[in-house]
Design a protein around this ligand. Sequence first.
Ligand SMILES: [Zn+2]
Length: 422
Amino acid sequence: MADTTSAPRHIRLTSHSGGVGAPPIHWGAATPAERGPIVGTTTTRAHRNVIGTHSGSYSVYRALAVAAGALKREHRADLTNTSPTDLIGPYPQWRDGSKMVSLDPWGAAVADVYRAEIAAGLDIRPTIAVTKAHVILPEVIEAVQKGRLKPDGKLLTANGAAMVTKAAIEPVWYLPGVAKRFGCSETDLRRVLFEETGGMYPELVTRSDLEVFLPPIGGQTIYIFGNPRDLATPEVELTARVHDECNGSDVFGSDICTCRPYLTHAIEECIRGAQPKEAGGRGGVGLIAYSRKEGRALGEVTKFLVYNARKRQVGGDTADQYFARTECVAGVQDMRFQELMPDVLHWLGVRKIHRLVSMSNMKYDAITGSGIEVGERVNIPDELIPADARVEMDAKMAAGYFTPGAVPDAERLKQTKGRGLS
Ligand SMILES: [Zn+2]
């Protein structure tokens, strides 16, 4: 291992209180000054006012880079020219500490709102970044070729590139608020987080004064089609999908589920929703919120084990056994728990989703339960459902997913059958 000049000679315990110079955090306070900055630095430990550190799961790679001598542990980010391309907020929801408990609403603006604190030596890092991009998808190009989408030269170019504003959001958990969402005590949440991560963060149980946790998990990415400020205007029609990561389908086109076709259908709906009416659009705004929750947040290993169990069971892969096989392997049907998902919508100022491109009752219930109105629910068109994904779709519709058609009965669930393994 390379010698890093700044390598500590002994392990510094984080489990004592101390932190002279750590700014207090008043979650949900009206202004960034009153709320206080989130300081997750690993350099000046006295300044830290959170448990954990930045970059979610990538904090482990950062540690590896330090261990390998490739990164100086005292490196401070040069934030020159990194400011958001679009201003998001502040919105009234930002002043309600209960609306957002899993992200820092000021996370994109730290270089600006905590300029003085940064100049005074605090290592305050953005937990949100906002940029612009062109997205080019084969399904969108096909929609242009088949005449379903009409290029307008601004939001959608003639060669099928869509203009987007996108934001990456790292998780920042306010533990009392997270506990409340899950209906458990903060003490229990802290203890279970500590125990189930193999004791990774002792401060969860030793530092009850630290109420904010930067968990080592994936975050969220949002793609906005149209003007981001329109998201906060209920008079402007909003088409939106909240999508949970599925590497197999989203990236590699696996046909066992509907993730990619539903996502690309939603992107097409978002583009059309945001395009001007003269281009055949709906004159509104579109939003995709993408959460890193691979395989219902069970992870890909579990997901593939479940696939095998489904395909090899007696009678083959049938819709009536879809959830049972997941539960056998994982112990639960789903670990995504949509309780924290609406936070990102409140960050964007959303008060009404006119067209929700999702059939999930769990997502719908979480969104409406958080005080956001939902108009129409847009299902995935039948012709976009791959044959092998019919098992998933029928099982989910029988379990409460929204469908404008008939809910499959027990007999149909037995008959809906996927391919074997070979
Ligand atoms: Zn999938």
